[in-house]
Design a protein around this ligand. Sequence first.
Ligand code: NAP
Length: 275
Amino acid sequence: MKLQGKVAVITGASMGIGEAIAKLFLEEGAKLVLCARDLARMQAAVPRIGGGDDNTLCVSCDVSKRDQVDAMMQAAMKKFGRVDILVNNAGFGLNDSIEKMKVAEFKQMFDTNLFGAVECMQAAIPLMRQQGGGDIVNVSSVSGHISSPYMGGYAATKHAMNAIGMAARVELLRHNINVVTVCPGYISTDFSKNMIKGSQPQRVGGAVRYSVGPDVVARDTLKAVLKRKRQALTPWFYWIFVKLYQNAPGLIERQLSKSLKPTSQVIAEGAKKSN
Ligand code: NAP
Protein backbone atom coordinates (compact mmCIF):
# COMPACT_ATOMS: atom_id res chain seq x y z
CA MET A 1 0.00 0.00 0.00
CA LYS A 2 1.73 3.08 -1.32
CA LEU A 3 -0.24 5.72 0.63
CA GLN A 4 -0.52 3.96 4.01
CA GLY A 5 -0.73 6.50 6.84
CA LYS A 6 -1.36 9.45 4.50
CA VAL A 7 -4.40 11.73 4.67
CA ALA A 8 -5.63 13.18 1.36
CA VAL A 9 -8.13 16.00 0.82
CA ILE A 10 -9.76 15.65 -2.61
CA THR A 11 -12.04 18.37 -3.97
CA GLY A 12 -14.81 17.59 -6.47
CA ALA A 13 -14.71 13.91 -5.47
CA SER A 14 -18.39 13.00 -5.92
CA MET A 15 -17.98 11.82 -9.53
CA GLY A 16 -15.64 11.59 -12.51
CA ILE A 17 -11.92 12.12 -12.07
CA GLY A 18 -12.13 13.08 -8.37
CA GLU A 19 -14.05 9.91 -7.55
CA ALA A 20 -11.54 7.75 -9.48
CA ILE A 21 -8.59 9.35 -7.63
CA ALA A 22 -10.41 8.83 -4.30
CA LYS A 23 -10.98 5.13 -5.09
CA LEU A 24 -7.36 4.49 -6.00
CA PHE A 25 -5.96 6.47 -3.05
CA LEU A 26 -8.23 4.51 -0.70
CA GLU A 27 -7.06 1.21 -2.20
CA GLU A 28 -3.50 2.39 -1.55
CA GLY A 29 -4.24 2.89 2.16
CA ALA A 30 -4.90 6.65 2.39
CA LYS A 31 -7.57 8.18 4.60
CA LEU A 32 -9.72 10.63 2.68
CA VAL A 33 -11.51 13.93 3.15
CA LEU A 34 -13.84 14.27 0.18
CA CYS A 35 -15.71 17.37 -0.86
CA ALA A 36 -18.28 18.59 -3.35
CA ARG A 37 -21.01 21.20 -3.03
CA ASP A 38 -23.77 18.56 -3.07
CA LEU A 39 -23.18 16.57 0.14
CA ALA A 40 -25.76 13.85 -0.63
CA ARG A 41 -24.10 13.14 -3.99
CA MET A 42 -20.70 13.09 -2.25
CA GLN A 43 -21.93 10.62 0.38
CA ALA A 44 -23.47 8.43 -2.33
CA ALA A 45 -20.01 7.99 -3.87
CA VAL A 46 -18.47 6.53 -0.68
CA PRO A 47 -19.80 2.95 -1.09
CA ARG A 48 -18.79 3.04 -4.78
CA ILE A 49 -15.16 3.73 -3.82
CA GLY A 50 -15.23 1.18 -0.98
CA GLY A 51 -14.98 3.71 1.87
CA GLY A 52 -16.46 3.76 5.36
CA ASP A 53 -16.62 5.91 8.50
CA ASP A 54 -13.13 4.91 9.60
CA ASN A 55 -11.33 6.01 6.44
CA THR A 56 -13.45 8.71 4.79
CA LEU A 57 -15.00 12.01 5.77
CA CYS A 58 -17.46 13.76 3.43
CA VAL A 59 -17.74 17.52 3.60
CA SER A 60 -19.98 19.92 1.75
CA CYS A 61 -17.63 22.61 0.47
CA ASP A 62 -17.77 25.12 -2.33
CA VAL A 63 -14.06 25.72 -2.99
CA SER A 64 -14.78 29.25 -4.18
CA LYS A 65 -15.82 30.18 -0.60
CA ARG A 66 -12.79 30.60 1.69
CA ASP A 67 -14.77 30.09 4.93
CA GLN A 68 -15.96 26.70 3.62
CA VAL A 69 -12.41 25.73 2.60
CA ASP A 70 -11.10 26.61 6.07
CA ALA A 71 -13.93 24.62 7.69
CA MET A 72 -13.04 21.61 5.49
CA MET A 73 -9.37 21.71 6.54
CA GLN A 74 -10.38 22.06 10.21
CA ALA A 75 -12.70 19.05 9.85
CA ALA A 76 -9.83 17.08 8.27
CA MET A 77 -7.50 17.95 11.16
CA LYS A 78 -10.18 17.10 13.74
CA LYS A 79 -10.92 13.67 12.23
CA PHE A 80 -7.49 12.53 11.03
CA GLY A 81 -4.99 14.94 12.65
CA ARG A 82 -3.04 15.77 9.48
CA VAL A 83 -3.24 16.66 5.76
CA ASP A 84 -0.53 15.05 3.61
CA ILE A 85 -2.02 15.38 0.13
CA LEU A 86 -4.32 18.02 -1.39
CA VAL A 87 -5.92 17.21 -4.74
CA ASN A 88 -7.40 20.34 -6.32
CA ASN A 89 -9.78 18.68 -8.73
CA ALA A 90 -13.07 20.64 -8.40
CA GLY A 91 -13.83 22.40 -11.65
CA PHE A 92 -16.21 22.91 -14.54
CA GLY A 93 -16.24 24.17 -18.12
CA LEU A 94 -17.86 26.97 -20.07
CA ASN A 95 -18.65 26.14 -23.67
CA ASP A 96 -19.15 29.34 -25.64
CA SER A 97 -17.42 31.68 -28.05
CA ILE A 98 -15.21 34.50 -26.77
CA GLU A 99 -17.59 36.91 -28.53
CA LYS A 100 -20.73 35.68 -26.75
CA MET A 101 -19.67 34.13 -23.43
CA LYS A 102 -21.14 35.79 -20.35
CA VAL A 103 -18.35 37.45 -18.40
CA ALA A 104 -20.19 36.76 -15.11
CA GLU A 105 -20.07 33.01 -15.87
CA PHE A 106 -16.44 33.29 -16.96
CA LYS A 107 -15.59 34.91 -13.61
CA GLN A 108 -17.58 32.27 -11.72
CA MET A 109 -15.50 29.57 -13.47
CA PHE A 110 -12.27 31.35 -12.49
CA ASP A 111 -13.59 31.49 -8.88
CA THR A 112 -13.80 27.69 -8.77
CA ASN A 113 -11.13 26.40 -11.18
CA LEU A 114 -8.35 28.81 -10.23
CA PHE A 115 -9.08 30.92 -7.14
CA GLY A 116 -10.73 27.96 -5.38
CA ALA A 117 -7.61 25.87 -5.96
CA VAL A 118 -5.41 28.70 -4.67
CA GLU A 119 -7.59 29.12 -1.55
CA CYS A 120 -7.27 25.37 -0.88
CA MET A 121 -3.48 25.61 -1.31
CA GLN A 122 -3.32 28.58 1.07
CA ALA A 123 -5.34 26.66 3.66
CA ALA A 124 -3.30 23.44 3.33
CA ILE A 125 0.28 24.74 2.96
CA PRO A 126 0.67 25.95 6.60
CA LEU A 127 -0.54 22.52 7.83
CA MET A 128 1.89 20.72 5.52
CA ARG A 129 4.78 22.99 6.57
CA GLN A 130 4.06 22.25 10.25
CA GLN A 131 4.10 18.53 9.48
CA GLY A 132 7.38 18.76 7.56
CA GLY A 133 6.04 18.25 4.03
CA GLY A 134 3.22 17.22 1.72
CA ASP A 135 2.01 16.90 -1.85
CA ILE A 136 -0.33 19.14 -3.83
CA VAL A 137 -1.98 17.91 -7.03
CA ASN A 138 -3.56 20.52 -9.27
CA VAL A 139 -5.86 18.89 -11.80
CA SER A 140 -5.46 21.16 -14.80
CA SER A 141 -6.01 20.03 -18.41
CA VAL A 142 -4.45 19.66 -21.84
CA SER A 143 -6.46 22.89 -22.30
CA GLY A 144 -3.76 24.44 -20.11
CA HIS A 145 -1.46 23.93 -23.11
CA ILE A 146 -3.77 24.09 -26.13
CA SER A 147 -6.74 26.48 -26.26
CA SER A 148 -9.65 24.88 -28.09
CA PRO A 149 -12.23 27.04 -29.87
CA TYR A 150 -15.42 27.61 -27.84
CA MET A 151 -13.50 26.56 -24.70
CA GLY A 152 -11.25 29.64 -24.53
CA GLY A 153 -12.50 30.83 -21.13
CA TYR A 154 -12.02 27.37 -19.63
CA ALA A 155 -8.55 27.11 -21.22
CA ALA A 156 -7.67 30.45 -19.62
CA THR A 157 -8.43 29.02 -16.14
CA LYS A 158 -6.23 26.01 -16.86
CA HIS A 159 -3.33 28.03 -18.37
CA ALA A 160 -3.44 30.12 -15.19
CA MET A 161 -3.50 26.99 -13.03
CA ASN A 162 -0.38 25.68 -14.79
CA ALA A 163 1.39 28.98 -14.09
CA ILE A 164 0.43 28.91 -10.40
CA GLY A 165 1.52 25.28 -10.06
CA MET A 166 4.94 25.81 -11.66
CA ALA A 167 5.75 28.80 -9.43
CA ALA A 168 4.38 27.16 -6.27
CA ARG A 169 6.50 24.07 -6.90
CA VAL A 170 9.72 26.08 -6.81
CA GLU A 171 8.54 28.08 -3.78
CA LEU A 172 7.54 25.00 -1.81
CA LEU A 173 10.12 22.33 -2.60
CA ARG A 174 12.40 23.79 0.10
CA HIS A 175 9.61 22.95 2.56
CA ASN A 176 9.41 19.39 1.22
CA ILE A 177 6.06 20.11 -0.47
CA ASN A 178 5.78 19.00 -4.09
CA VAL A 179 3.24 20.58 -6.45
CA VAL A 180 2.36 18.48 -9.47
CA THR A 181 0.17 19.73 -12.31
CA VAL A 182 -1.90 16.93 -13.82
CA CYS A 183 -3.20 17.64 -17.34
CA PRO A 184 -5.85 15.19 -18.54
CA GLY A 185 -6.95 15.02 -22.16
CA TYR A 186 -10.49 14.02 -23.13
CA ILE A 187 -11.77 11.85 -20.26
CA SER A 188 -15.13 10.06 -20.28
CA THR A 189 -16.94 11.70 -17.36
CA ASP A 190 -20.02 13.95 -17.12
CA PHE A 191 -17.79 17.03 -17.51
CA SER A 192 -19.29 17.96 -20.92
CA LYS A 193 -22.85 17.44 -19.65
CA ASN A 194 -22.16 19.51 -16.51
CA MET A 195 -20.46 22.46 -18.16
CA ILE A 196 -22.23 25.77 -18.75
CA LYS A 197 -23.26 26.01 -22.39
CA GLY A 198 -23.68 29.17 -24.40
CA SER A 199 -26.20 29.93 -27.12
CA GLN A 200 -24.64 27.85 -29.90
CA PRO A 201 -22.16 25.54 -28.22
CA GLN A 202 -19.64 23.71 -30.38
CA ARG A 203 -16.77 21.39 -29.50
CA VAL A 204 -13.87 19.67 -31.18
CA GLY A 205 -15.43 16.36 -32.21
CA GLY A 206 -12.34 14.32 -33.04
CA ALA A 207 -11.08 14.37 -29.42
CA VAL A 208 -13.73 11.83 -28.37
CA ARG A 209 -11.91 9.10 -30.26
CA TYR A 210 -8.92 9.50 -27.91
CA SER A 211 -11.02 9.44 -24.70
CA VAL A 212 -10.13 7.13 -21.81
CA GLY A 213 -11.75 6.45 -18.43
CA PRO A 214 -11.01 8.50 -15.28
CA ASP A 215 -9.18 5.47 -13.79
CA VAL A 216 -6.32 6.23 -16.22
CA VAL A 217 -6.02 9.76 -14.78
CA ALA A 218 -6.11 8.33 -11.25
CA ARG A 219 -3.24 5.90 -11.96
CA ASP A 220 -1.12 8.60 -13.61
CA THR A 221 -1.86 10.96 -10.70
CA LEU A 222 -0.72 8.39 -8.14
CA LYS A 223 2.49 7.75 -10.12
CA ALA A 224 3.15 11.49 -10.36
CA VAL A 225 2.65 11.95 -6.59
CA LEU A 226 4.93 9.04 -5.72
CA LYS A 227 7.66 10.23 -8.12
CA ARG A 228 7.15 13.87 -7.03
CA LYS A 229 6.84 14.95 -10.66
CA ARG A 230 6.38 18.51 -11.93
CA GLN A 231 3.69 17.63 -14.46
CA ALA A 232 1.76 14.65 -15.84
CA LEU A 233 -0.08 14.66 -19.15
CA THR A 234 -2.62 11.88 -19.09
CA PRO A 235 -3.01 9.72 -21.09
CA TRP A 236 0.64 10.07 -22.07
CA PHE A 237 0.08 10.40 -25.84
CA TYR A 238 -1.31 13.95 -25.40
CA TRP A 239 2.36 15.00 -25.21
CA ILE A 240 2.44 14.49 -28.99
CA PHE A 241 -0.38 17.04 -29.53
CA VAL A 242 1.20 19.52 -27.10
CA LYS A 243 4.62 19.26 -28.79
CA LEU A 244 3.01 19.52 -32.26
CA TYR A 245 1.09 22.63 -31.15
CA GLN A 246 4.30 24.23 -29.80
CA ASN A 247 6.19 23.54 -33.03
CA ALA A 248 3.52 23.70 -35.75
CA PRO A 249 0.54 25.59 -34.27
CA GLY A 250 -1.05 26.23 -37.69
CA LEU A 251 -1.40 22.50 -38.28
CA ILE A 252 -3.26 21.93 -35.01
CA GLU A 253 -5.39 25.08 -35.47
CA ARG A 254 -6.58 23.86 -38.89
CA GLN A 255 -7.43 20.46 -37.41
CA LEU A 256 -9.32 22.04 -34.47
CA SER A 257 -11.29 24.26 -36.79
CA LYS A 258 -12.18 21.36 -39.15
CA SER A 259 -13.33 19.12 -36.26
CA LEU A 260 -15.90 21.50 -34.72
CA LYS A 261 -19.36 19.98 -34.21
CA PRO A 262 -22.45 20.85 -32.13
CA THR A 263 -21.71 19.97 -28.48
CA SER A 264 -24.82 17.75 -28.21
CA GLN A 265 -23.43 15.58 -31.03
CA VAL A 266 -20.00 15.33 -29.35
CA ILE A 267 -21.64 14.34 -26.03
CA ALA A 268 -23.68 11.64 -27.82
CA GLU A 269 -20.53 10.31 -29.53
CA GLY A 270 -18.73 10.25 -26.16
CA ALA A 271 -21.60 8.30 -24.53
CA LYS A 272 -21.58 5.81 -27.42
CA LYS A 273 -17.82 5.27 -27.06
CA SER A 274 -17.98 4.65 -23.29
CA ASN A 275 -20.87 2.10 -23.63
P1 NAP B 1 -17.33 16.26 -13.33
O1 NAP B 1 -17.63 14.83 -13.57
O2 NAP B 1 -18.28 17.29 -13.79
O3 NAP B 1 -17.05 16.45 -11.74
C1 NAP B 1 -16.83 17.71 -11.18
C2 NAP B 1 -16.76 17.59 -9.66
O4 NAP B 1 -16.41 18.88 -9.13
C3 NAP B 1 -18.08 17.21 -9.01
O5 NAP B 1 -17.80 16.40 -7.89
C4 NAP B 1 -18.67 18.54 -8.56
O6 NAP B 1 -19.58 18.33 -7.49
C5 NAP B 1 -17.38 19.26 -8.13
N1 NAP B 1 -17.44 20.72 -8.11
C6 NAP B 1 -17.75 21.58 -9.10
N2 NAP B 1 -17.69 22.85 -8.68
C7 NAP B 1 -17.30 22.80 -7.37
C8 NAP B 1 -17.05 23.77 -6.38
N3 NAP B 1 -17.21 25.09 -6.62
N4 NAP B 1 -16.64 23.37 -5.15
C9 NAP B 1 -16.50 22.05 -4.87
N5 NAP B 1 -16.72 21.09 -5.77
C10 NAP B 1 -17.13 21.45 -7.01
O7 NAP B 1 -15.92 16.65 -13.99
P2 NAP B 1 -14.56 15.81 -14.20
O8 NAP B 1 -14.47 15.45 -15.61
O9 NAP B 1 -14.43 14.76 -13.17
O10 NAP B 1 -13.51 16.98 -13.95
C11 NAP B 1 -12.71 17.08 -12.79
C12 NAP B 1 -11.57 18.02 -13.06
O11 NAP B 1 -10.81 17.53 -14.17
C13 NAP B 1 -11.99 19.44 -13.42
O12 NAP B 1 -11.11 20.37 -12.82
C14 NAP B 1 -11.84 19.48 -14.93
O13 NAP B 1 -11.56 20.78 -15.39
C15 NAP B 1 -10.65 18.56 -15.12
N6 NAP B 1 -10.55 17.96 -16.46
C16 NAP B 1 -11.56 17.16 -16.96
C17 NAP B 1 -11.41 16.61 -18.23
C18 NAP B 1 -12.46 15.71 -18.87
O14 NAP B 1 -12.38 15.48 -20.09
N7 NAP B 1 -13.40 15.17 -18.13
C19 NAP B 1 -10.26 16.89 -19.00
C20 NAP B 1 -9.29 17.70 -18.45
C21 NAP B 1 -9.43 18.23 -17.19
P3 NAP B 1 -20.71 19.45 -7.09
O15 NAP B 1 -21.34 19.89 -8.36
O16 NAP B 1 -21.64 18.75 -6.14
O17 NAP B 1 -19.96 20.54 -6.40
